[in-house]
Design a protein around this ligand. Sequence first.
Ligand SMILES: Cc1cc2nc3c(=O)[nH]c(=O)nc-3n(C[C@H](O)[C@H](O)[C@H](O)COP(=O)(O)OP(=O)(O)OC[C@H]3O[C@@H](n4cnc5c(N)ncnc54)[C@H](O)[C@@H]3O)c2cc1C
Length: 563
Amino acid sequence: MGGGDAIAAPLSVEIEPVMGFFKGQCMGLASVKALFSQRPASFFNRAAGAWPKLAFCAQPTTTMFTATVEHAESLQKKAELKTQVVKALEAHLPSSMLLYHLEDTVPYECDGLTAYRERPLVVALPETEAQVAAVLRTCHALQVPVVARGAGTGLSGGAMPHALGVTMSLAKFNRILKVDPIGRTAVVQAGVRNLAISEAAAPHGLYYAPDPSSQIACTIGGNVAENSGGVHCLKYGLTVHNILKVRGYTMEGEAIEFGSGALDVPGLDLLSVVIGSEGMLAVVTEVTVKLVPKPQLARCIMASFDDVRKAGDAVAAVIAAGIIPAGLEMMDKPMTAAVEDYVHAGYDLTAEAILLCESDGTPEEVEEEIGRMSAVLRGCGATAITVSQDEAERLRFWSGRKNAFPASGRISPDYMCMDSTIPRKRLADILLAISQMEKKYQLRCCNVFHAGDGNLHPLILFDANDPDQLHRCELFGADILETSVAMGGTITGEHGVGVEKLNSMCVQFSAEENEAMFGLKRAFDPAGLLNPGKVIPTKNRCADYGKMLVRAGVIKHPELERF
Ligand SMILES: Cc1cc2nc3c(=O)[nH]c(=O)nc-3n(C[C@H](O)[C@H](O)[C@H](O)COP(=O)(O)OP(=O)(O)OC[C@H]3O[C@@H](n4cnc5c(N)ncnc54)[C@H](O)[C@@H]3O)c2cc1C
């Protein structure tokens, strides 16, 4: 730490380091660039404006001193911009709704992807639509980026702030405006928690089906932005299948609505364009959701397998038998051990993999389906099958699965949750490939799957305070995503692209396809100020990453220099 102090001390500016380091402790962005100039390009280009937070400092050199002076100048400009933005926003929002001191903005520096952090210039906490519109209009006039934020549970860095931007928290948009039991809909503000919708609908025997494991905290606005899924989405669909209407504001502060109260809308269907757009097209303020009747009964099978291939094949066999379970999840042995130690759900610790397979409906439907599922699972080589006998036991079975992420947090300083999708029949292949990668990158990995959807969540365990481990973790994650694509899958499942998967987008999509996505963004946000630098990689970025999509052996854009 002494080196950092030596660099920072001679400069008489009020330093608020760009990278979120504590005052006077570490070098600035330009210095880190200089220091890391020997690293591969992919290391630097993980995200536009998103530099790694590295907990170390170095001895000062002449190059670094020059760089630090440049850094001080840029900090000065940043401080001036902040003063300008705060002054402009104070014309529309009371000062209690604006946070800009270091200690107030630090809590917003990352989302659930904690390895990447950035502090915003200002955090705005509007509570009316007029205030949302005013913040957007003001930022648009000043050409200042805006990043919308729900609960910050996202796992791909989607809500990570922009260093020269405003983070707009929708936390105060927390009212359930209407529950219509006859029409089976609810109108809620964007900051309402996912689970709060089902709680409000429960007295009418209804609930909101998509159930991300983060549902006690995550907001419906965040769910819309990420097109979130959950255990029950195999049978009931993702967010996109359970939303009727979205209201929000463009970057220019204009009100905009997608969808309608009915099942169809005149004109183009733009509802499914905004759902999953990761806060790049509009800030969502209000959502109309569909509600579904609570099933009379639900029961869950817990099946053990002595071989991951048999477990993977069993998943494909259940679906091939024409059964759509209410949930079909898989955990490998390391994951089972981690969650069992945490929640004591009664999982089989000897199994190489366990499946949780749920049926819901009337008691007769459930009994018949549980019988059919059990037969398929036995036929695929299940070594033990337990069926929940009451609601308490069913919830106990699920408690482990639902707590897989926090359980991983107990056994490792950090974990990075990857999220890709593969054809169901390749589940065993990817598990075996991941176990090889554990050896290659010298890091452990626990696996939990929305198996019925072929959606993987490998949790790579590492220590973010060790830059080398972070680097190996990133390479491991990229390898999983690229292997998923090679197996006929995709780099995203339900957690979005954010900053985490920008490079992997180059593997999935051609430059032309990425440009088409930029075109869509420009149609809504011509100035490119809403959540910029996320989701869609630039052509140069893909060239730097050295992984431009090659189709039929033809390398596109040979004019771009590759590293
Ligand atoms: C323990 C844990 C378990 C999880 N399990 C699941 C799971 O099972 N399934 C799943 O799909 N995800 C899961 N997630 C990921 C995460 O909870 C979801 O992506 C969720 O939808 C994010 O909601 P949020 O309110 O926290 O959004 P944030 O993290 O705040 O933001 C996410 C993105 O949405 C944008 N955004 C947020 N609000 C708005 C708005 N009002 N208007 C426009 N854009 C907005 C942000 O800019 C950002 O790009 C899990 C996360 C954790 C930590």
